[in-house]
Design a protein around this ligand. Structure first.
Ligand SMILES: [Zn+2]
Ligand SMILES: [Zn+2]
Length: 280
């Protein structure tokens, strides 16, 4: 059952609100049988939301201890949501081998403008995000969005994430006001990115965080993108990207409806060290 699987969650090691153990206890309460712990991986630049590099081994040890403690209650997986910015981030392999991760989630939260070396944070406060876009990309939305997808493709090709985090989150603070997702140049960026995902064999998550935080009207990615992904037979999982115990299964049913409407009949389930298909 898709409602027993939760592969993308945050905790107090990064910007999550609860301890890992509190997340586990609530997961057990909600009959979640597979819980993935996926704090934001450290970056080589200061930020307010990732684990500090010094704390990485504590994070790993804590998950190992709790995995043992709750071994009869649920399957606990060790992961990280890893950013990719050329020269500002560590390689996925580095974290994979250092922490013995079960799987990796690759996400872009900061877009590099290669012309001026400035970073645009696509999340957070909307006004601030839009102001930063105007300053960093000189109000050129096509260049900003194209840079986002270019960086995403480079991440997929060079880092091979198991899961692609909130594929089109860049639209959250921009689409509608600065451009329309139906524009052909935008669709071309999406198509190129889906092709790379297919070749890499990565999984796309249907991320519900925009919905329950009321910051976006649908899932990340959009149903339009998911329909295209389904035609390419790219596998999916449903995730909440929970930063609080109350968010573990938020809008899961809505995500399942979206998945089915886009033609999906299966989601992926992590077991025996690999992802396998499971009926929605
Ligand atoms: Zn994220
Ligand atoms: Zn996340």
């Amino acid at each position: 059952m898709y409602k027993n699987l939760c592969y993308h969650t945050h905790n107090s090691f990064c910007d999550g609100k609860n301890s890992i153990e509190e997340m586990i206890q609530e997961a057990v309460n909600q009959n979640i049988t597979a819980l993935g712990i996926s704090s934001h991986a450290p970056l080589k630049i200061a930020n307010k939301w990732s684990i500090s590099y010094e704390n990485l081994l504590n994070y790993s040890q804590e998950i190992d201890n709790l995995r043992h403690k709750y071994r009869n209650k649920l399957h606990l997986f060790k992961s990280l949501e890893i950013d990719f910015i050329p020269s500002y981030t560590y390689s996925f392999v580095h974290f994979r081998s250092l922490l013995h991760l079960d799987y990796t989630i690759g996400s872009i939260h900061l877009v590099l403008n290669t012309k001026n070396n400035q970073l645009w944070f696509i999340d957070g406060d909307k006004k601030e995000c839009q102001q930063n876009f105007k300053t960093i990309f000189n109000s050129n939305i096509r260049e900003a969005i194209t840079s986002y997808y270019n960086q995403m493709r480079k991440m997929i090709l060079t880092q091979k994430p198991d899961i692609i985090g909130h594929l089109d989150k860049v639209v959250m603070n921009t689409a509608g006001e600065f451009f329309n997702e139906k524009e052909s140049w935008y669709q071309e960026e999406v198509d190129k990115t889906l092709k790379v995902i297919k070749e890499a064999g990565s999984i796309i998550e249907i991320n519900t965080r925009g919905l329950y935080k009321q910051k976006w009207h649908t899932s990340f990615p959009s149903p339009e993108i998911l329909s295209k992904a389904n035609k390419l037979k790219i596998p999916i999982i449903i995730t909440s990207d929970a930063h609080h115990t109350s968010e573990l299964l938020s809008n899961y049913e809505e995500a399942a409806i979206i998945a089915k409407e886009c033609g999906y009949s299966h989601v992926m389930r992590f077991e025996n060290n690999t992802f396998n298909k499971m009926k929605i």
